[in-house]
Design a protein around this ligand. Sequence first.
Ligand code: SF4
Ligand code: SF4
Length: 113
Amino acid sequence: MPDFGYKIAKDRQIDYDENKRLIFSEVAAWEPSIYRCISCGTCAATCSAGQYTDYSLRKLILLVKRGEEQEVITNVSKCLLCGKCQLACPMGVNTRNLILGIQNAVKKTTYAV
Ligand code: SF4
Ligand code: SF4
């Protein structure tokens, strides 16, 4: 391909019909407080793992909701389960149990964590 000095960005459309959202169904049953998340990012700002990696709980929850499961699998094991985010969340999301639920759902849907 000739070098024009720019490249076309990869398509980032999210197809809710295509994405099966199996992990989301499991997680919502396990920890319904996922519905209270407003994507404010407070958890990500206080996150222990986020200080050293590109991990963000805010992003992880969005990925779960959108059904972008391959990215969920890549990111979920980066959490240290320290629970700091739970103290910071303004919406009272039970974040630690939520993350455990995501890890369990990933295993249950036969993906490797
Ligand atoms: S702090 Fe709570 S409401 Fe805000 S993004 Fe994190 S989990 Fe969601
Ligand atoms: S429990 Fe996980 S997401 Fe929450 S602050 Fe600790 S490392 Fe970050």
